[in-house]
Design a protein around this ligand. Structure first.
Ligand SMILES: [Zn+2]
Length: 481
């Protein structure tokens, strides 16, 4: 490994979350019956011409700004000509020599160090249809079906400079890209639904060499894990080839998730797309006013937000990283802290119970019924002694599924904390009488025995006893024996 250096560039296709397609009025909804969201324009029937969806340009600019790109004034569309069954027109409308955004970057953290990943360009294009291969992998497929619902879906393609050097860096960059775009709201960025798709260009060269080695392109990377594993495999494979005194063949390879290997798909020497200007669409002239308007409309992005949570709210770096992992979670946190000022307590609940229930039920933040207002009220009930932290978890679970007000749940279920000294003393006397062995252990210096006795009191009150008072009263009683 030390003799060689890997050079990796990523090409990421991101589906924009517009209501309609890029050049026609067909809906972009995910999961519709195949070939139902289609019309003469997105089917590329002869004589049909479309009109550019303004929202696509807006979203592309927002994505470009979030990725620290320069936004081009003049940019235009081109026809990228190739023949494939998923492309009925025989060409894809894309941006070739004048992309809408260029020269950006994202900062990532790998092994505790910050690294800047340069972004070469971001351009707009249309998605071709979708091929569904009948078989385990494309290489052994029995046949293929075509769904044109995806034809004409708006995409941006984001291309990094060849500055990534490991599978891990590639994965971390992709995670950061997904996070940043999720904040802007221009895409669902769901890898599993194909709204975020990554291809990797991988080459290796002897350490110290300036010249890039021959690259291969890996497709079918459907998860962050696949991106890292496929690149690591491909680097090792190319090094083996060179060590054997052979040459790396420039080709497109596919990742076989089950076998954990990349497989040759097709030769990729000198692809000639015969790109030329799309004459049916006028060039775009993006005004600086519009760019500034869109820049001002961007939300606080992940890095800035994380910094604020650490510096202003005083959260530990770990908490700030978890809370800002998605905008939805960060918004939930901010809105809770507006109502309940103890940021660390709010963070503990969001990273703890809230995240646990989200994962257990496989839900997104937006799909739950619990509100920031509800969580703030619940924390207030703990603070003023109405309920214990333990009971609060039970109440929160109910809030999570019903959205009910915490005070209502506490009242309805009779969960108010027992802080009445006389009542607690009665229960404690009973527990002491029923557990002479533990009492004896405690008197003989086994401090731990008190934990068992506290547990018995909590059990007798079904968790409602005020734990602080139970501890104090129990100690007093035991010391009197
Ligand atoms: Zn259409």
């Amino acid at each position: 490994m030390s003799k060689y250096e890997a050079v990796i560039g990523l090409e990421v296709h991101v589906e924009l979350k517009t209501k309609t397609k890029i050049f026609c009025g067909c809906p972009t909804e995910f999961g519709a019956e195949p070939n139902t969201n289609v019309c003469p324009i997105c089917l590329g029937l002869p004589g049909s011409t479309g009109v550019l969806n303004k929202k696509v340009v807006e979203y592309a600019i927002k994505a470009g700004l979030a990725l620290n790109c320069e936004i081009a004034g003049y940019n235009k569309f081109d026809r990228k000509n190739y023949y494939y069954p998923d492309l009925p027109k025989g060409f894809q409308v894309s941006q070739y020599d004048y992309p809408i955004a260029f020269n950006g970057y994202l900062d990532i953290e790998v092994n505790g160090e910050t690294k800047r990943i340069g972004i070469e360009r971001l351009h707009i294009e249309e998605d071709p249809g979708k091929l569904v291969h009948l078989g385990e992998t494309i290489t052994v497929a029995q046949g293929s079906l075509i769904d044109y619902n995806r034809s004409g879906m708006p995409l941006v393609e984001i291309v990094t400079k060849p500055v990534i050097h490991s599978g891990e860096e590639a994965r971390v960059y992709l995670e950061k890209l997904k996070q940043t775009l999720e904040y802007t709201g221009v895409s669902d960025v769901k890898m599993e639904q194909g709204s975020l798709r990554c291809d990797a260009n991988v080459s290796v060269r002897p350490v110290g060499s300036e010249k890039l080695g021959t690259k291969t392109e890996i497709k079918n990377l459907n998860s962050f894990r696949a991106v890292q594993r496929a690149i690591e495999y491909e680097i090792a494979r190319q090094i083996d080839v060179l060590e054997d005194g052979e040459k790396v063949i420039p080709e497109t390879r596919t990742w076989d998730e089950n076998k954990g290997i990349t497989l040759s798909m097709r030769n990729k020497e000198n692809p000639d797309y015969r790109c030329f200007t799309e004459a049916d669409l006028p060039p775009l002239d993006v005004s600086r006013e519009w760019v500034e308007e869109l820049r001002n409309s961007l939300p606080e992005l992940p890095d800035a937000r994380k910094k604020r949570l650490i510096e202003v709210d005083g959260l530990p770096e770990y908490d700030a990283t978890v809370i800002t992992s998605t905008k939805a979670l960060a918004d939930f946190y901010d809105r809770t802290v507006e109502k309940y000022k103890d940021a660390k307590t709010v963070s503990n609940w969001i990273m703890g119970e809230f995240s646990r229930l989200l994962n257990a039920n496989n839900l997104e933040v937006s799909e739950t019924k619990v509100t920031p207002d509800g969580l703030a009220k619940l924390l207030g009930l703990i603070e003023n002694g109405t309920i214990s932290g333990k009971i609060a978890k039970q109440v929160f679970e109910e809030m999570f599924s019903t959205g009910d007000d915490p005070a209502e749940i506490v009242k309805k279920k009779g969960l108010v904390q027992i802080s009445d000294q006389g009542q607690l003393e009665g229960i404690i006397a009973e527990v002491i009488a029923n557990n002479p062995k533990s009492v004896e252990d405690y008197k003989n210096g086994k401090e731990k025995a008190i934990g068992f006795l506290v547990g018995q009191v909590m059990k007798a009150t079904r968790g409602k006893a005020n734990p602080g008072m139970v501890n104090k009263l129990l100690k007093e009683k035991l010391d009197q024996i």
